[in-house]
Design a protein around this ligand. Structure first.
Ligand code: MLT
Ligand code: MN
Ligand code: ZN
Length: 305
């Protein structure tokens, strides 16, 4: 399977439009140790013709321009995106759907019913889209056996509930329910290779850990380095964990978990917030990742599994 990283940043992107933290300021001024990043999204295909888009970021038009494979030009109006899988209902993962409103058919969207609920109420994207192309909604079940998409051959999907957080406009904010946030194991049915993808992961649970241990590659939450990163910077009063993102460092942090994975597992961070020191390619934190065999996603990265 081919995985193309369309965007690697958390909500806000990098640099964030209104942020003058040292990282955003340096990136804006073209400092060589920083790379700009759009908001997180990946595209995956087994046959390199039919692609599933994971999340639709506000930066989607820029991302599609940069990845021409998704425009095969077989007809006047065309796309290689055969399905759109939403992991949650957050703004940074859904508002790109508005930019796809010119689609000639209803958008084939796969998400959990709780995510759909938020997208018809608190953030009523699906209602607005009904005045354009409309939405062809498919339920993402949380069954371990998983499911297939007829339009995306060669891939098998198994979604699992995660502890993260529901969006501020959800009735479940700060009390997330199973389905508000999901992770997914993607299997290439021809090769048996697997990817575990979870751009928002707030706490480790046994079923999540099991899925990570079984995967050939884990592409997981890299939002913040430390739990109090936003507080220390004066950027926010929220901890990483309260936002539903496990920090990388510290006891019980993501790095401790990644260290315990089998040696052959490829470990990659995505959804990186603009305050995270790992965005500086020369930072001690980034060097620590390298030492521990953990990669940092970048926009345009290709992962072959
Ligand atoms: C998150 O991942 O916690 C949200 O996307 C934050 C945001 O975009 O405001
Ligand atoms: Mn986010
Ligand atoms: Zn910043």
């Amino acid at each position: 399977m081919k995985i193309h990283v369309l965007g690697s940043a958390a909500g806000g992107g990098f640099p964030q439009w209104n942020c003058n933290c040292p990282h955003c300021a340096a990136c804006r001024n073209d400092h060589p140790d920083y790379q700009p990043r759009t908001q997180s999204s990946i595209a995956v295909s087994a046959n390199q013709t039919d692609w599933v888009l994971f999340n639709a970021s506000p930066d989607i038009l820029q991302q599609l321009k940069a990845f021409k494979t998704l425009q095969p030009a077989r007809a006047l109006r065309d796309t290689a995106i055969q399905a759109i899988f939403l992991m949650d209902a957050q703004i940074d993962h859904t508002t790109g759907l508005y930019m796809l409103r010119e689609h000639r058919q209803p958008l084939p969207i796969w998400c959990h019913p709780l995510v759909r609920d938020d997208l018809v109420t608190g953030n009523p994207l699906f209602k607005v889209l009904s005045h354009y192309c409309g939405v062809d909604w498919h339920e993402v079940p949380l069954t371990p056996t998983g499911f297939d998409m007829a339009t995306v051959p060669g891939l098998h999907f198994a979604a699992l509930p995660l502890i993260s957080n529901a969006p501020p406009y959800s009735p479940h904010r700060d009390q997330p329910q199973p389905g508000d946030n999901v992770g997914v194991t993607l299997t290439d049915t021809a090769t048996g290779k697997t990817l575990f993808y979870a751009p928002g992961l707030g706490a480790m649970e046994p079923h999540v850990w099991q899925a990570m241990q079984s995967a050939d590659c884990v592409l997981v939450d890299g939002t913040l380095w430390s739990d109090d990163e936003m507080i220390a910077l004066g950027a926010s009063a929220k901890t990483s964990r309260s936002m539903g993102h496990m920090p990388q460092s510290g006891p019980g942090g993501m790095l401790e978990w990644l260290d315990r994975l089998p040696a052959h597992t490829r470990k990659i961070l995505i959804h990186i917030n603009n305050t995270n020191p790992i965005l500086n390619a020369q930072s001690p934190q980034r060097q620590e990742l390298t030492r521990r065999g953990v990669e940092v996603c970048f926009d345009g990265m290709d992962i072959d599994l």
